[in-house]
Write a protein that binds this ligand. Structure first.
Ligand code: PMT
Length: 405
């Protein structure tokens, strides 16, 4: 059973044509062992590597290979399957399948079904290392990640082509664990009101110039998206970023720290959980020059900067019993000590510390690593992974700390 005394979890397993397809056979068994019912969809090329009858025997269900084959009305089979499933897993997900999903091409059953599906999606890429690193593949992965899909990072090791490189399909047991985790998380936050902040703020210096930072909003958006996927009602107070609002999330756009403070303050009393992932500017100009300040009119320009108000610190006295506040700490040294100091100063229930001096992670990247700290100094480490996975681990930690894990 999916969970004690309940119906099995319903999983569609999409299988595309990678050499690691033999691991997908084992994955079916691992999912069954964890109380899932599995329906397999194979691409045409995948059927040339493993016969559908193998997956049929393992899953105990007919295997779908063709838009126009099988029982029932072929024109709606992909829609029926979409209504049935609670999770769509694609393993291995080849570069071709990722490209089709990213761009919305629907020329076979799996890609058509993907468009019809509203279930959470877990993509497990596997391919040659150069194909994995190719900008086209990486751009497609960014699109899919921004859409809220869960991506497992391929492992490093001996590949079918003989190279020792990135691109290996993770082990079936860890894919099944990740799938189970997503199934269990879905809907668990129903009824909770969540407030998230994301992105930078902009503090004007004159009519055209401003102070800001490198925050892209990706971390906060992933936090908001994950809460919505788990069934929470989510409001996202967002600084200026180039991201679409996650599906089902109410977005409140702001520009300055003062505006963010006002919008967060207005919504905080009715929220159950606040997560502040925004990189709020710590300083603003004391006086904003009207219009565009002319270059060279008065030599050097040294606008006087004054601190912005600390939004989290200001909210602490207003916190009511049962409300939960999680901050982030962006650090370049002494990660744990500095983050713990912020947690205590701002009277937080948790803080997610990230080392923003790391190359390719933290600010303006799809990757991050977190150290999640509690007031008693206990810690949970989330090693470098996608921001979607960081967000998922953070919500697990928040729910556990609230006794809802
Ligand atoms: O947006 P991305 O490109 O995805 O990058 C993600 C991130 C690095 C911005 C994110 O993971 C992160 O660390 N966000 C917090 C950045 C920050 O401002 O950290 P801080 O250590 O300066 O602040 C500590 C906490 O106080 C934060 O929760 C911050 O939101 C809050 N704060 C800060 C200043 C202020 N005036 N008011 C606040 O409430």
């Amino acid at each position: 059973m999916g969970e004690q005394g309940k119906e099995p979890f319903r999983v569609t397993l999409g299988v595309s044509a990678g050499i690691s397809i033999y691991k997908s056979c084992d994955l079916v068994r691992r999912l069954l062992e964890r109380g899932c019912e599995v329906r397999v969809v194979m691409t045409d090329h995948a059927t040339r590597m493993v016969a559908p009858v193998t997956f049929q025997a393992l899953s105990g269900n007919p295997v779908i290979t063709d838009l126009f084959a099988g029982a029932g009305d072929p024109s709606i089979a992909h829609v029926e399957l979409a209504k049935w499933e609670q999770l769509l897993v694609v393993a291995p997900a080849t570069a071709n399948v990722l490209a089709k999903f990213a761009r919305g091409l629907a020329d076979d059953f799996l890609s058509t079904h993907y468009l019809a599906s509203t279930a959470p999606v877990l993509l497990v890429p596997a391919m040659n290392g150069n194909m994995w690193r190719h900008p086209a593949t990486q751009e497609n992965l960014q699109l899919l990640s921004a859409r809220g899909h869960h991506l497992m990072q391929p492992g490093r090791g001996q590949l079918a082509c003989g190279d020792y490189d990135d691109g290996r399909l993770p082990e079936p047991a860890s894919i099944a664990e990740q799938a189970l985790h997503l199934l269990q998380a879905t809907g668990r936050m129903a009824g909770l009101k969540v407030l998230v902040t994301a992105g930078p703020t902009r503090e004007p210096l004159d009519g055209v110039r401003f102070l800001t930072n490198r925050s892209s909003g990706k971390m906060g958006y992933a936090v908001a998206r994950e809460a919505a996927l788990r069934g929470a009602r989510v409001t996202l107070v967002s600084g200026p970023v180039a991201l679409d609002a996650p599906v089902g999330v109410e977005r409140v756009p702001v520009t300055t720290a003062e505006e963010m403070e006002r919008e967060v303050g207005a919504r905080f009393p009715e929220s159950d959980i606040l997560v502040m992932a925004a990189a709020v500017a710590d300083y603003r100009a004391k006086a904003v020059t009207a219009g565009k300040r002319k270059k060279g009119t008065a030599g050097a320009w040294a606008p006087e900067l004054v601190p912005t108000s600390d939004i989290l610190k200001a909210l602490a006295p207003a916190k009511r019993p049962g409300q939960f506040v999680c901050g982030f700490a962006a650090e370049t040294s002494d990660l744990k000590a500095n983050a713990l100091q912020k947690l205590r100063e701002k009277r937080l229930d948790l803080i997610a510390a990230n080392d923003v001096s790391k190359e390719g992670a933290g600010f303006d990247s799809d990757i991050n690593s977190l150290v999640i700290l509690a007031p008693d100094g206990s810690e949970q480490r989330v090693p470098e992974t996608t921001k979607a996975s960081c967000a998922s681990a953070l919500w697990d930690a928040i729910l556990e700390a609230r006794g809802e894990g």
